[in-house]
Design a protein around this ligand. Structure first.
Ligand code: KG4
Ligand code: ZN
Length: 327
């Protein structure tokens, strides 16, 4: 079955053709980072307008690269995300499904991220612990098989990537902050500041807003501290909390693997520490599969179509959609 996936929940306009839920024939991603960089974050109105302009060319390119003129089904993210952005992809997907007389299926963006590693790794051992860390989400999930998962914990305030972006902005490092903090932290001393590890040894939920405040206070106290030292100490605190909880989840569940996902999974210290912290295999998807893309939406859509059937064309965008417990 040939499924066209569409993803427009935030600042990436993406379309992809996936065959039988596993074979990625094409994956086109048009990033809007340059449009939002000067504002220091994603501006919802600019993002929705850019999706409107880019969706048709991106879908056309995904179909052309896959060498097909239509798909057997159309899958699109319907939440969580920015409501104006979600509406663009959702409306486009419904229109195509009607034109092609093909089924339409709405996909939870978070479930999409959980399908991403399955597209690159065929030999996963179950259960898996998945640490999903991006600009919008920070989730720790027990995955028992494709489409079967239990949420262990999530952030109670800022997402991990949001903390990177806010701290980078405060340090004058630009947007998005994660890659530049990662780069300059290599020349810094992670022990130069003792930043808090909020809730590290306590359950599976996360909190990062206090850390951001601690960085601001520390820089106010030591204004001549090297930016590289601040970045290194901040990054060490975030990674310490993420890896400690993920490793504890692996041990408590008896997981057969640890998988990272989301844009923060590109972080070099996180990738390194995660591998050190557990003695089960770690799955580190390629950057293209960690960040927002439509191949993961097509894969999750294929699975949902097979399990639950098509979604109604009246399906509404849900900006606050959460990850359901599914066994
Ligand atoms: O998954 P993603 O592309 O978009 C969503 O938020 O859905 O993730 C983007 C986030 C940004 O907050 C960015 O600063 C962060 O991922 N990021 C990183 C790195 N590369 C991207 N954070 C830490 N280290 C990195 N190397
Ligand atoms: Zn995402």
């Amino acid at each position: 079955m040939i499924v066209l996936g569409i993803e427009t929940s935030c600042d990436e306009t993406a379309a992809s053709v996936v065959v039988d839920g596993t074979e990625v024939r094409s994956s086109v991603v048009s990033s809007q980072i340059d449009l939002h960089a000067k504002y220091g974050g994603v501006v919802p109105e600019i993002a929705s307008r850019a999706h409107v302009e880019r969706l048709t060319p991106v879908v056309t390119e995904a179909l052309a690269r896959a060498g097909v003129e239509r798909a057997d089904a159309v899958a699109a993210t319907y939440g969580p995300g920015l409501v104006g952005c979600l509406l663009v992809g959702l409306s486009g997907a419904k229109g195509l499904a009607m034109t092609w007389d093909a089924p339409f299926v709405g996909v939870n963006h978070l479930e999409g991220h959980l399908f991403a590693p399955l597209l690159e790794e065929q030999d996963l051992g179950w259960p898996l612990v998945v640490l999903l860390v991006s600009g919008g989400h920070t989730l720790l999930v027990e995955m028992r098989g494709p489409g079967r998962y239990r949420l262990l914990g999530q952030t109670i305030d800022d997402a991990a990537g949001e903390a990177f972006d806010k701290v980078a902005r405060y340090l004058g490092l630009g947007y998005p902050g994660g890659p530049v903090v990662d780069r300059i932290a290599r020349d810094g001393d992670p022990t130069s500041f003792a930043f808090p590890r909020a809730m590290r040894d306590d359950g599976y939920d996360f909190s990062f807003s206090g850390l951001k405040t601690a960085v601001v206070r520390a820089v106010e106290r030591r204004p001549d501290a090297a930016t590289a030292d601040v970045a290194a100490a901040f990054q060490a605190a975030v990674v310490d909390v993420l890896v400690t909880k993920a490793a504890r989840a692996v041990a408590e569940i008896g997981a057969r693997g640890l998988c990272l996902g989301g844009g923060v999974a590109a972080n070099s210290l996180l990738r390194h520490r995660a591998q050190e912290a557990v003695d089960v295999p770690t799955y580190l998807p390629s950057l293209a599969m960690c960040t927002d893309n439509a191949a993961m939406v097509a894969a999750a859509g294929t699975f949902r179509l097979g399990h639950d059937g098509p979604s109604p064309l009246a399906l509404a965008a849900d900006p606050n959609l959460f990850l359901e417990f599914r066994t």
